[in-house]
Design a protein around this ligand. Structure first.
Ligand SMILES: *[C@@H]1O[C@H](CO)[C@@H](O)[C@H](O)[C@H]1NC(C)=O
Ligand SMILES: *[C@@H]1O[C@H](CO)[C@@H](O)[C@H](O)[C@H]1NC(C)=O
Ligand SMILES: *[C@@H]1O[C@H](CO)[C@@H](O)[C@H](O)[C@H]1NC(C)=O
Ligand SMILES: *[C@@H]1O[C@H](CO)[C@@H](O)[C@H](O)[C@H]1NC(C)=O
Ligand SMILES: *[C@@H]1O[C@H](CO)[C@@H](O)[C@H](O)[C@H]1NC(C)=O
Length: 621
């Protein structure tokens, strides 16, 4: 069985179906201290690291926020051996498993665009089952087979029965924002987006720490626009688990027009026009590429876009200065003299102020801040050392949250400085100052802020500890208002997705009757992911260097005439043999592929007993 996972034996026409045996089991455990709060075990989709080691297991652990100040450990373990995973679950959860969802669910494949799933039913002797709401599912655009795609599913919170259409239109708007021309656009053929509707009894999400009666119980802790927590967090996890490999990432979408959200094992966001896409892109960057922050003031910096020191950067193949790749990489010269997260409701004419010191040795500086509840420029004065800074709200933002940068091409003097925020309109009762930061930069020679420049830029964490990132501001992991990843993250995105997605969707064989002479023709064809010339939007990706190369071999010998063809046709009588199809995908967006994620191959055997002539003689054709 383990061999079958790699070598696909061609048994007449049955070969496309046997692909499903390729799928391992995935164990998911949430652990809060010693207690396992959530466990699911079910069939998952391939992981290429497991294909090369089919007797092993692979695992990773993340720590995800469960609230503003709490977190839990999430363990993912993949293996072809279910017993091994059962044993693993027992050893990780010595106190037993509170709520268990060992799904042996008969997951209906998506036939048509809409499917209502049955409530999971548990046998009596099992631990109490997790309940998840009934899900009414629609595709949000073109989809491919879930067994070979990364599936992102929007779940509905705070949408009543009458708001079903609003949910699907909000979810579709978000999916399109993320993938129609930016962010995930180039990798879109590897993704499926779905909406999973559950009616809520009440409309909207809770405030002041009180959830409403909604499917997942999303609420804000206070009146301020900050995190959005889920009261029925397990319901979202169970909802996703209930879809098997039809749900790889759950997104709980709250029916609320203003900023809010939180990342984690699933992402919660709101339908805010300005902030919904912004929060979602950034959180999916964390969970799909598995990278930490790039903005200053966070606590986790790791993954392809972060390095603890300049000699250890992992993106030398992207550096703009080719000499730097061989010699020491220069750190761009910058410092962060001030960082504050006030998250404070502002009172009219009571200035919020903060002091900071500058060394006076930097050529330029930047004031960064984010706020909400202030729709007009005249409502707020921002002063640096008593001088007014020019500020205007993002057009159309209303009372929603937004991020602003005020850049000054002049040095700050040596000594103490003060920034002040003064609200000048007492009717603005929801005005909130969220974050304030001051950065200083060297001159153009010491700090290159050209967006296309790749180097080593210092990032300052919560405690002012420095790590390095690839670009000044070209990545949405830093500049949350930007819709795009930098090249380093985008490469990481391809590699992460292609660990779980095979370039070959399926292989099929057929017999073509003889048109003259006695011989049938045997044909074998590959269904490749719709990339490069197979992109379905009519864009071939040529401008990004996208191409597929296909090499066919028989008994190890290259079949030159079939080079780069997705189908092979051979005379039936000469067909028997061992065939290999090797596929390689190329894109300028990936420069380094150490694990061969952009390659795929299938091996199969054609034998005499299954020849077209033999089948015809048996009356099978
Ligand atoms: C993508 O489309 C949106 C809306 O259709 C548009 O506002 C935006 O400018 C486009 N972005 C790019 C990079 O073309
Ligand atoms: C959910 O809300 C109920 C009622 O307000 C509360 O008793 C319960 O502790 C909350 N659970 C979580 C996980 O927030
Ligand atoms: C961070 O460290 C630098 C260098 O020591 C210092 O100049 C700066 O003021 C510090 N920033 C903060 C916010 O502490
Ligand atoms: C600025 O520097 C002065 C003199 O060293 C020090 O007394 C003061 O605490 C510093 N202020 C801040 C905000 O770090
Ligand atoms: C197959 O296509 C790839 C990508 O376009 C190209 O580099 C390669 O030369 C082609 N091979 C042959 C034999 O034509």
């Amino acid at each position: 069985m383990k061999i079958a996972a790699v070598v696909l034996a061609l048994a007449g026409f049955a070969l496309a179906q046997s692909d499903s045996d390729n799928r391992p089991y995935e164990l998911l455990i949430h652990k809060d201290g010693p207690v396992c709060s959530f466990v699911s075990l079910q069939k998952s989709q391939i992981h290429k690291d497991l294909l090369s080691n089919p007797n092993g297991r692979i695992s990773w652990k993340t720590r995800v926020p469960t609230g503003e100040n709490s977190a839990s450990d999430v363990h993912h373990v993949l293996s072809y051996d279910k017993d091994l995973l059962d044993a693993h679950a027992e050893s990780l959860c010595p106190l037993g498993i509170g709520r268990d969802l060992r799904t042996s669910l008969d997951i209906h494949r998506y036939a048509g665009s809409q499917q209502v799933f049955k409530q999971f039913e548990h046998a009596d002797h099992d631990p109490p089952s997790l309940k998840y709401p009934p899900l009414d599912i629609e595709a949000l655009g073109d989809t491919g087979p879930s067994s070979n795609r990364v599936d992102l599913v929007f779940f509905a919170d705070g949408y009543t029965t009458g708001e079903r259409d609003k949910f699907f239109s909000d979810a579709k708007r978000l999916a399109e924002d993320l993938s129609s021309n930016q962010t995930f656009y180039t990798v879109k053929p590897l993704l499926n987006f779905w909406g999973a509707f559950t009616p809520s009894k009440e409309s909207g999400i809770g405030v002041g720490g009180k959830p409403k009666d909604t499917a997942f119980g999303l609420y804000r802790d206070g009146p301020e626009l900050r995190g959005v927590l889920a009261n029925k967090s397990d319901a979202a996890l169970a909802g996703c688990a209930s879809l098997g490999d039809g749900c790889d990432y759950a997104i709980v979408l709250g029916n609320d027009p203003l900023y809010g959200g939180i990342g984690g094992e699933y992402t919660s966001i709101t339908a805010s026009e300005a902030n919904g896409p912004l929060v979602l892109r950034h959180e999916l960057g964390h969970s799909i590429i598995d990278v930490g922050e790039e903005y200053d003031g966070g606590y986790a910096y790791f993954g392809v876009n972060a390095a603890p020191s300049t000699p250890s950067i992992g993106w030398s193949h992207w550096l703009s200065d080719p000499d730097a790749a061989n010699g020491p990489v220069r750190a761009e010269r910058s410092v962060m003299p001030l960082q504050a997260y006030p998250w404070t409701m502002m009172k009219a004419y009571e200035p919020w102020k903060v002091k900071f010191n500058s060394s006076g040795t930097y050529a330029r500086h930047l004031i960064k801040f984010s706020l909400s509840g202030i729709p007009e420029a005249k409502d707020l004065d921002i002063l640096l050392d008593g001088k007014h800074l020019k500020w205007s709200p993002k057009p159309g933002i209303g009372i929603d949250r937004w991020h602003y940068d005020i850049y000054n091409d002049i040095p700050l003097s040596d000594g103490t400085h003060e920034v002040q925020f003064v609200l000048k309109n007492s009717d603005r009762t929801t005005a909130q100052l969220c974050s304030v930061e001051v950065l200083e930069f060297g001159d153009e020679k010491e700090f290159v802020n050209d967006p296309s420049y790749y180097g080593a830029f210092p990032t300052f964490d919560l405690d002012n500890k420095t790590t390095y990132r690839p670009t000044y501001n070209s990545c949405l992991m830093r500049m949350v208002t930007s819709p795009d990843f930098c090249s380093v993250c985008l490469e990481g995105l391809w590699l992460s997705l292609l660990a779980r997605v095979d370039l070959i969707d399926s292989v099929s064989a057929s017999c073509v009757p003889p048109s003259w002479g006695p011989d049938w023709t045997r044909s074998i064809s590959l269904d490749l992911l719709p990339l490069a010339q197979f992109r379905e939007d009519g864009q071939s990706g040529k401008d990004r260097g996208e191409a597929y190369a296909v090499t066919w071999r028989k008994g190890g010998v290259v079949l030159e005439v079939h080079a780069n063809k997705t189908a092979l046709a051979v005379p039936d009588s000469a067909a028997p043999g061992v065939y290999t199809a090797e596929v390689e995908f190329m894109t300028d967006e990936v420069r380094k592929d150490e694990k061969g994620r952009l390659k795929a191959s299938k091996v199969f055997v054609l034998d005499h007993t299954d020849s077209c002539a033999a089948k015809a003689a048996r009356g099978e054709l």
